[in-house]
Design a protein around this ligand. Structure first.
Ligand SMILES: Cc1cc2nc3c(=O)[nH]c(=O)nc-3n(C[C@H](O)[C@H](O)[C@H](O)COP(=O)(O)OP(=O)(O)OC[C@H]3O[C@@H](n4cnc5c(N)ncnc54)[C@H](O)[C@@H]3O)c2cc1C
Length: 250
């Protein structure tokens, strides 16, 4: 792969790049693609936990170089030796190197991936789990729903206005409430949907956790809501920018 200064820095930090090959491509919706990858050995070194993500190295759109993008690990094979897992891609427009790589991917397409340092464990005593964001956050939200204690109430609010958004298959049990909010780049629409969805009666900030990710303005609005109306302390929330409208990730 062509050089990139970030690759040099990451290599100096001991981050190894692994080759990866596409073994299956499935469209959950015309704008949302699941790609199954094989990277023998990669999962052996991975402590799988909710929201885990990797760096994906793909060719830049125009220049002869590679760029890295974050993507969430989906359905890792429980047999680590198998080395298979999936990544879910929002095929957004305007496109970027990662969305374009995913759009053109077919069985046999290759790239490189690298581990990222991280750790997230949910409190087993959790009473309320609040999950919010846009479609880029969905893969991570699904990992959190699967990891949540069975007794916790889970509130999921996603901003997306595609007609076929229900096809994305969000797992729901009797304790899960799912709500959608239509596109509002300010984040106010997502916060309004959260206010309508999460009951404050009996809400205990000491036994709740909020996780949010997606476009920067949405994340900022949700973070303010978490600190303000939900009164969640620093260790009771995690809100992470996944992308910035109008800016390529570099
Ligand atoms: C920890 C982490 C985990 C992530 N997990 C996932 C995941 O599982 N699935 C996933 O799809 N994304 C995920 N993302 C977000 C993804 O990395 C970004 O959307 C990334 O910018 C896409 O790269 P690109 O090369 O396609 O576009 P870029 O070159 O970064 O951007 C090109 C243009 O597209 C716009 N853009 C970027 N993303 C979107 C979008 N989603 N919708 C509309 N416009 C967009 C930019 O604002 C820019 O104008 C994750 C990000 C992080 C940090």
């Amino acid at each position: 792969m062509p050089a990139n200064w970030q690759r040099g820095v990451l290599k100096a930090m001991g981050v190894k790049n692994h080759p990866v090959e596409v073994v299956d491509v499935a469209d959950l919706a015309p704008w949302y693609r699941r790609i199954r990858l094989s990277a023998p050995g990669f999962l052996d070194e991975l402590a799988v936990h909710p929201t885990i993500w990797i760096r994906l190295w793909v060719p830049a759109l125009e220049k002869d170089k590679v760029v890295q993008r974050g993507y969430t690990v989906v359905d890792p094979d429980p047999d680590p030796g198998a080395g298979e897992f999936s990544l879910d891609f929002v095929l957004h427009e305007p496109t970027g190197p990662a969305a374009s790589w995913a759009k053109n991917a077919e069985v046999g397409t290759t790239a490189e991936i690298a581990h990222t340092p991280q750790k997230l464990a949910l409190d087993p005593e959790l009473q309320t789990l609040v999950l919010a964001g846009d479609a880029t956050a969905l893969p991570a939200i699904v990992t959190l729903l699967r990891a949540a204690p069975s007794t916790a109430s889970k509130y999921v609010v996603i901003q997306d206005s595609h007609d076929d958004r229900d096809a994305l298959g969000i797992p729901q049990d009797a304790r899960t409430t799912l709500a959608w909010s239509d596109d509002d780049p300010s984040g106010a629409g997502l916060v309004n949907a959260l206010q309508a969805s999460v009951p404050l009666d009996g809400f205990d900030p000491g036994r709740a956790y909020l996780w949010a990710a997606g476009e920067r303005k949405l994340v900022k609005a949700v973070r303010e809501h978490a600190r303000g109306q939900l009164d969640l302390g620093r260790h009771r929330q995690h809100a992470q920018n996944y992308w910035i409208a109008g800016h390529s990730a570099g």
